[in-house]
Design a protein around this ligand. Structure first.
Ligand code: HEC
Ligand code: HEC
Length: 328
């Protein structure tokens, strides 16, 4: 009984450390919200399997170690975290040298990996995928790796299937909304910090819709920010949008967390999610806007309704339409 208790405590300790580690990793990878594991897997199969085949024989006809061997060497032996793993894979692939190589045996057996050009950004995605997910592992590998003094080895990472199933239309819509928010927010922040509120106003006036549209093209979706108290007449909310704005306001007042809404409409999904204010927004949407800013707003938007907000209020919603995904 005592023994089980000790094991249980150890388990708690370990699992606690693991979850902390995972949290740090998420923080370090900025594009996590739009990361598509299936795309990354495909990139790996297209560009790496040519040499790092998971099905080639252990000894005959193999021209490079399987990808899982790189994972085991870098993550289990070297102890790299996600950021370190991505960085080291990137550095090696960009310019393979014997000094950088950790897999001395493989270099000796197969020769150094040749320097090749891969699509921009692909190595990062492949490495992130390798770190987060279980990848194809030849049957012989576990015994081989354990034979090199690595006892009780199992591959780290999530199973891809499990993750696929939980990705709902609401999750996909949220990815689009947050991905767009990030781009708008970053640009707005920079404009305010570098040039002040007046210039940032020009930025919003000129760039808010084009930036949103460019993200829409990237995601192959129709993305709008609409409001019941809109500034730009093109951002006026209509019936169903107004209904959900009211619902999100009610939830916020009741301190309930608002969940994204995904409605199925034929072969399309209609998605809604609230946009809330923080202190930064009040410079242009608040109750005490500087007179020169206020004058400029009214010059650009004579019918402006988007003022008088406090922080932490529903300023509007994301209204996003996209086509249902079919299983190809
Ligand atoms: C043309 C063959 C070839 C292709 C294609 C290839 N590799 Fe390699 N790679 C090798 C060989 C051979 C080795 C083992 C020798 C070595 O370590 O340099 C290797 C080793 C590696 C290593 C371990 C380096 C070390 O020793 O520490 C990494 C990381 C790596 N490859 C990443 C990749 C990734 C990612 C891709 C796909 C984008 C890829 N490789 C595609 C041939 C290839
Ligand atoms: C520098 C001034 C400025 C700041 C700061 C600012 N906005 Fe705006 N906002 C604007 C302008 C100008 C528009 C109209 C853009 C257009 O013409 O498409 C706008 C439009 C919007 C819209 C689209 C609906 C509408 O009213 O046209 C939303 C939603 C919005 N802002 C939310 C926010 C939030 C949330 C923040 C804080 C995170 C914020 N804004 C900060 C100037 C600003």
């Amino acid at each position: 009984m005592k023994y089980i208790y000790v094991v249980y405590c150890l388990f708690l300790l370990i699992s606690c450390q693991n979850s902390k580690q995972e949290y740090q990793d998420i923080e370090e990878i900025p594009m996590a919200s739009t990361f598509d594991p299936l795309e990354a897997k495909k990139l790996m199969e297209t560009h790496c399997y040519l040499c790092h085949s998971p099905t080639a024989d252990e000894n005959q006809g193999r021209i490079a170690p399987p990808m899982v061997a790189i994972k085991a060497r870098y993550i289990d032996r070297e102890g790299y975290n996600k950021a370190e793993f991505i960085e080291n894979v990137k550095a090696f692939v960009a310019h393979p040298t014997e000094e950088k190589a950790l897999m001395y045996g493989a270099v000796k057996k197969h020769g150094l990996m040749p320097k090749q050009a891969f699509p921009e950004g692909s190595i990062e995605k492949i490495a992130a995928f390798m770190y987060d997910y279980q990848i194809e592992e030849p049957e012989w590998f576990k015994a081989h790796w354990e034979g090199h003094g690595n006892e009780n080895w199992t591959q780290s990472g999530k199973k891809l299937e499990e993750v696929d199933e939980v990705k709902t239309y609401a999750d996909i819509g949220l990815d689009y909304a947050l991905g767009t928010k990030k781009v708008l927010g970053k640009n707005l922040m920079e404009a305010i910090q570098q040039k002040g509120t007046m210039e940032a106003l020009t930025f919003c006036n000129h760039q808010a819709i084009p930036l949103t549209d460019s993200m829409a093209t990237q995601f192959n979706a129709n993305i709008k920010r609409v409001s019941d108290k809109n500034r730009n007449p093109n951002n006026k909310a209509y019936a169903e949008e107004l209904y959900y704005i009211a619902q999100f306001k009610k939830e916020l007042a009741e301190k309930k967390e608002s969940k994204p809404i995904a409605l199925e409409k034929g072969d399309k999904i209609q998605f809604y999610y609230p946009i809330e204010t923080n202190t930064m927004c009040l410079q242009c949407h608040g109750k005490q806007i500087k007179p020169e800013v206020q004058r400029q707003i009214l010059k650009l938007y004579p019918k402006d309704l988007a003022i008088g907000y406090d922080e932490n209020e529903v300023r509007g919603i994301w209204s996003i339409t996209f086509t249902k995904k079919t299983n190809e």
